[in-house]
Write a protein that binds this ligand. Structure first.
Ligand code: ADP
Ligand code: MG
Length: 340
């Protein structure tokens, strides 16, 4: 629990502290350690494991996934049966941001399952509700098996299927409802978002306002570490950021950039520059008239998210936009390149 709190904002740390954890060593035959997560010892408050037992019909053993510091850090609990088999995963909202994200994921699980996207499987929603003022989501476990590698030609149709799963609509960038919403977000959060980000957006609109922009859906954080493989099925979890009405192809660009930086170790500035200057291999589908416009809008979108989430305060990776994203966007903007 202490590890989960590291780097989170102060309120989330206080909230985590308030959730007293009692570690009971009960032997090493399933896990070397076990946890009981309980609310602060107020009269009448029950441990989370009681709530989970009520929802699942059996009492799970609980492990905690440890993740890097991020504003969106929250307890992600692995729920095990008595034989050590994974029953599912529980996510617990601990502050306004993570409450919103866990609630959003709860809704997204139902919505995406109903779309039955070919070649893709998402977790089953097992339970959700309030525990001690926190929103808790319990989802079934996806089980990657065998070879975990993916060829670009397998990924591209899956990105496209997700993007089109609730329909696609095309309008010029200038009159796009996406542009209107992004401008509104930038205005609303201007206390945290550098003015340079909004200025870059307006530069793009001036240069490429007439370019058609196709809107669709995205997972919002589709990366190699939020997915697995089971035969031909791509298993996709962490659906906190699912949205529609965004430029189709955002997932492909996000996957490409995040893999480049996190997996290949390319410095963020170099990775962002090559995203803008070259064709984005994985986004090379027929989703957009201009893949370079897509990449530019993606950087503005993700920069806005990092600022709105206050990632810098939480020590989130890539949160210092001035060291990579802003200088990449400030580079030459060749108008003709945005038109094709
Ligand atoms: N439904 C699931 N099936 C399989 N693994 C899961 C599932 N939910 C979470 N996990 C595991 O827990 C980790 C953290 O969960 P995730 O939903 O990615 O949370 P976060 O939002 O903190 O990144 C995942 O990377 C994965 O290893
Ligand atoms: Mg994740």
């Amino acid at each position: 629990m202490t590890a989960l709190a590291t780097g989170s904002n102060r309120r989330s740390r206080q909230r985590l502290k308030a959730m007293s954890t009692v570690v009971r060593t009960l032997g090493t035959w399933v896990l070397p350690w076990r946890l009981v997560v309980t609310p602060s010892p107020e009269p009448g408050s029950a441990p989370l494991v009681d709530w989970l037992e009520e929802q699942l019909g059996s009492r799970p053993l609980v492990g905690v996934k440890k993740t890097a510091p991020r504003a969106n850090n929250k307890p992600v609990l692995v729920l095990l049966d008595a034989d050590g088999g994974v029953l599912g995963y529980a996510k617990v909202g601990i502050n306004p941001l993570t409450q919103r994200l866990v609630k959003a994921e709860t809704k997204a699980l139902g919505r995406i399952a109903a779309r039955s996207i070919p070649g893709l499987r998402t977790p089953e929603l097992l339970a959700s509700g309030e525990w001690n003022g926190s929103h808790v989501l319990v989802q079934g476990a996806l089980r990657p098996t065998g070879d975990q590698s993916w060829a670009p030609e397998e990924l591209i149709p899956r990105f496209a299927a997700f993007a089109g799963s609730a329909g696609l609509a095309t309008t010029p960038l200038r009159s796009s409802p996406y542009l209107e919403r992004l401008r509104r977000r930038l205005r609303k959060h201007r206390a945290y978002v550098p003015g340079a980000l909004g200025a870059e957006l307006e530069r793009v609109v001036t240069a490429a306002g007439d370019v058609p922009l196709t809107l669709g859906s995205w997972h919002g954080d589709w990366t190699p570490w939020n997915m697995g493989r089971d035969g031909d099925d791509l298993l996709l979890w962490d659906l906190e950021r699912v949205k529609s009405g965004v430029p189709a192809g955002f997932d492909a660009v996000h996957y490409t950039l995040q893999s480049e930086i996190v997996r290949k170790g390319t410095p963020p500035l170099a990775a962002a520059r090559s995203l803008l200057e070259q064709d984005v291999t994985l986004a090379a589908s027929s989703l957009q008239a201009s893949r370079r416009l897509l990449a530019r809008l993606y950087l503005i979108e993700i920069g806005t998210r990092y600022c709105v989430d206050r990632q810098a305060e939480a020590g989130g990776a890539l949160s210092d936009l001035g060291s990579w994203l802003l200088p990449a966007l400030a580079g030459p903007l060749r108008e003709e390149a945005l038109h094709g």
